[in-house]
Design a protein around this ligand. Structure first.
Ligand code: ZN
Length: 84
């Protein structure tokens, strides 16, 4: 089971642009309103898979970590390792 999440669907002439506020990297398009949730869910899962494959050096402690980073409370945007 995945956790509930917010979806923003912006209509335009060809359908909808789907974005997820919690996952700013996620953006997808769909043609029909009934596809908004499935499209958003698939895009979110793809983003999470991509993140799990990523390796980054923590700017705070220098440790190499993989997977979902935590967001620094200092500036609310720096990605740091989850242990901080
Ligand atoms: Zn760290």
């Amino acid at each position: 089971m995945s956790k509930p999440f917010h979806v923003i669907a912006t209509p335009d002439e060809n359908g909808y642009t789907v974005t997820i506020p919690e996952n700013p990297n996620v953006s997808a398009r769909c043609a029909d309103a009934v596809d908004i949730i499935p499209t958003a869910t698939a895009a979110k899962e793809q983003d999470e898979q991509n993140r799990h494959e990523k390796t980054a050096a923590c700017p705070k402690c220098g440790k190499i970590f993989t997977g979902y980073p935590a967001t620094s409370r200092a500036d609310n945007k720096t990605k740091i390792c989850p242990e901080n």
